[in-house]
Write a protein that binds this ligand. Structure first.
Ligand SMILES: Nc1ncnc2c1ncn2[C@@H]1O[C@H](COP(=O)(O)OP(=O)(O)OP(=O)(O)O)[C@@H](O)[C@H]1O
Ligand SMILES: [Mg+2]
Length: 240
């Protein structure tokens, strides 16, 4: 079997004296959608950010595309076609939608800009309609589309999505999850997805991991995890 595209082994991370990751092992294979679920404060966002080098992993090893990236500066990691849509949809509020998308394309030096822009607009037509509007005045769902669109403008091989459904109406969530599935099927995009919305996220994913208090406690196919009574009790109760 080929090596995974992304592989974490024994990764720890700290904020001062607080240990947020306690030896995480996790693999993402090329072409997979992998979902990470866990309670508030479990360390999900920290895990995504540690892959991007901020905070740095203190122990353990992060490998991407066959090379070790542990300890590399964030801008070097971004150049390796890893794109992140962080929690809380951090769009540039004063820039227009179009300018936000331009920023996303910067890491690739603007190559294939028109083609990527057309792809993002096809995925999220609303962004094209609002191309001239300031990012900060978009609705929550539109800002989330923009955050994902901006990440896609760097033509990532690995897309890290931190809670894309946060605060969004069910219809918008369905649209965004549908877009992720389409990108994965049509372009082979590999996705690591963090979600509170465990039911939909596990249905979308090929595989999933459960993070509890900074450590992985369970892993399996999306269907397998959905079927487990302890997952249903802890993460799915009343969620659909
Ligand atoms: N910048 C920081 N400084 C100090 N502690 C932090 C910092 N960021 C996160 N933490 C702590 O690290 C732990 C993990 O936080 P993290 O944001 O990774 O959780 P999460 O699983 O993403 O939670 P949520 O579902 O609420 O987004 C928490 O206890 C949090 O308080
Ligand atoms: Mg988080």
């Amino acid at each position: 079997m080929t090596a995974p595209l992304l592989s974490l082994s024994g990764v720890t991370a700290f904020y001062g004296a607080i240990q947020a990751l306690k030896g995480v092992d996790l693999d993402v294979r090329e072409g997979e959608i992998v979902t990470l679920i866990g309670a508030n404060g479990a360390g999900k966002s920290t895990l995504m950010m540690t892959i991007c080098g901020n905070p740095r992993a203190r122990n353990g090893c992060i490998q991407y595309d066959g090379a070790e990236i542990t300890g590399l500066p964030t801008h070097d990691i971004m150049r390796m076609r890893i794109a992140q849509s962080p929690e809380g949809r951090r769009v540039f509020p004063r820039m227009s939608v179009y300018e936000n998308l331009q920023m996303g394309a910067q890491v690739t030096g603007g190559r294939d800009f028109a083609e990527l822009l057309a792809q993002v607009y096809a995925l999220f037509p609303r962004l094209q309609e609002r191309a001239g509007q300031r990012g900060g005045t978009l609705s929550g769902g539109e800002q989330q589309m923009l955050a994902i669109g901006r990440a896609l403008m760097s033509r990532p091989r690995l897309l890290l999505l931190d809670e894309p459904s946060l605060g969004l109406a069910p219809l918008v969530v369905r649209h965004i999850f549908g877009a992720i599935r389409a990108l994965n099927r049509e372009t082979g995009l590999t996705v690591l997805l963090v979600e509170q919305n465990a039911f939909q996220a596990l249905r979308l994913a090929h595989r999933g991991y459960v993070l509890v208090n900074g450590a992985i406690t369970m892993a399996g196919s999306g269907a397998e995890l959905l079927g487990r009574p302890e997952i249903r009790a802890a993460y799915l109760e009343g969620s659909h």
